[in-house]
Design a protein around this ligand. Structure first.
Ligand code: OVV
Length: 407
């Protein structure tokens, strides 16, 4: 008899696998992720989490291998700890995140088409203008909270406009992001808190995805146009727009907050950038590598299979800790150093394989625009208080980052 545990199949400890009592979804781990990453990698290619009766991996090699093989390690059973084959998910599954090829291939193409190089080029100009305006305003204030005054403000202003939402408030977008990402973890206090604000947020988000509520010039309208022949099918376009709103806000808010954290802690790196602006793109990649805003996603084994000598049964949930793979000393030199000149290619912050971040060109355009404005207009970014991290089951992001921007 198969037993269900924490929303998935309770697997047996595979042979030659270390068992571990740690809770990767606890606040303690979040507050000291680097210690968790190191211990995870040292225990072997996979560890068995006693508390969740599932596996976790954090070495670069295995994390990449699991992510790269969408046939053995499926997304259609959910990328959180819940197995959608065994339990009903909290919302209708995403048509890109929580689906396998061939459906995934078709659906993803509609998003790729909407995010065309031409569209991104136009948006870059818009993002840069908005970033310049915001940084000019913040320089007047001098003392700011890098999160509530900057990281949360920029994406919630430019992204809804890029998508073509007619009206949407910051709180709704951030509230929905918190639900989507915390829902990937166990039903702990963080998931419960996010879900508590739930129903009204869900209603507003679903409404915003409807064709009558989107502007003719945005990405959402493009998705409706490209799916016009078949969009009757299960609200296809609306569901794809929902994916933009699920994946496009919290991720970039966290990435920008984490980038500011990197800058404020490494003034010599910020000065290097000011002297050589051609490094900006790489400085953004390096902040993604080092801080991995999406900490971890799960996969589920569709068959009994083996990786690095570990045999795992069908239905095994694997927590793939991207932040750990991105700081594996077997792959990266001096991995915990923020180094804007580092060769960053191969980092897994935006995933790898068929599910790699479909919005990455848009995300990079946003973050690079903001980084450029900072480097052009700000002399230094100094911490004036303690950086406070915000617990989340799937993201690594800040609650507060008190800084001074000096002109
Ligand atoms: C959390 C997340 C990431 C990527 C995609 C989606 C959600 C989605 O809803 O499609």
């Amino acid at each position: 008899i198969m037993s269900l545990y924490q929303g998935h199949k309770a697997i047996k400890v595979p042979k030659n696998t270390t068992t571990w009592d740690i809770d990767p979804y606890s606040k303690e781990v979040l507050l000291d992720p680097e210690r968790f990453f190191s211990a995870l990698r040292e225990k072997g290619p996979f560890v068995y989490l006693n508390k969740y009766k599932m596996l976790a991996c954090g070495r670069y090699k295995e994390t990449k291998e699991v992510f790269s093989d969408h046939k053995r390690f499926v997304s259609s059973r959910g990328v959180g700890i819940q197995d959608f084959k065994l339990e009903k998910p909290w919302r209708p599954p995403s048509l890109v995140l929580e689906v396998d090829p061939p459906e995934h291939t078709r659906n993803r193409r509609f998003l790729t088409q909407a995010l065309s190089p031409n569209k991104i080029a136009t948006l870059k100009v818009f993002f840069k203008n908005c970033a310049d305006k915001l940084i000019k305003e913040l320089l007047q204030k001098k003392e700011i909270d890098g999160i509530s005054d900057l990281a949360e403000i920029f994406p919630t202003k430019v992204f809804p406009e890029a998508v073509g939402l007619k009206k949407i408030d910051k709180e709704t977008l951030l509230g929905y992001g918190a639900m989507v990402f915390n829902a990937l973890g166990p039903d702990n206090e963080f998931r419960k808190d996010a879900m508590a604000k739930g129903l009204s947020v869900l209603e507003k988000i679903n409404k915003q995805c409807l064709e009558e509520n989107i502007d003719a010039k945005g990405l959402a309208k493009e998705i409706y146009r490209n799916t016009a022949d078949i969009s009757e099918e299960d609200n296809l376009a609306g569901m794809l727009v929902r994916s933009l709103l699920s994946a496009g806000i919290d991720t970039t808010v966290s990435a920008i907050g984490n980038l500011l954290w990197c800058f404020s802690k490494n003034p010599e790196q910020f000065r290097l950038l000011k002297n050589d602006k051609s490094l900006i793109g790489n400085a953004v990649e390096e902040s993604l590598r080092l801080t991995s805003p999406v900490k971890a996603f799960c996969r589920t084994s569709a068959v009994e299979t083996e990786v690095s000598g570990i045999v795992m049964e069908e239905g095994t949930k694997i927590l793939c800790v991207l932040g750990s793979a991105n700081t594996d000393p077997e792959f990266w030199n001096n991995p915990y150093k923020y180094d804007v000149t580092r060769r960053t290619i191969g980092h897994l912050a935006l995933g790898v394989g068929v599910h790699n971040c479909v919005g990455q060109t848009l995300a990079r355009a946003e973050i690079v625009a903001l980084a450029s404005s900072l480097i052009e207009r700000v002399k230094s970014i100094k911490p004036i208080g303690e950086a406070v991290w915000k617990p989340n089951n799937a993201m690594r992001s800040l609650e507060r980052l008190p800084i001074i921007l000096e002109a």
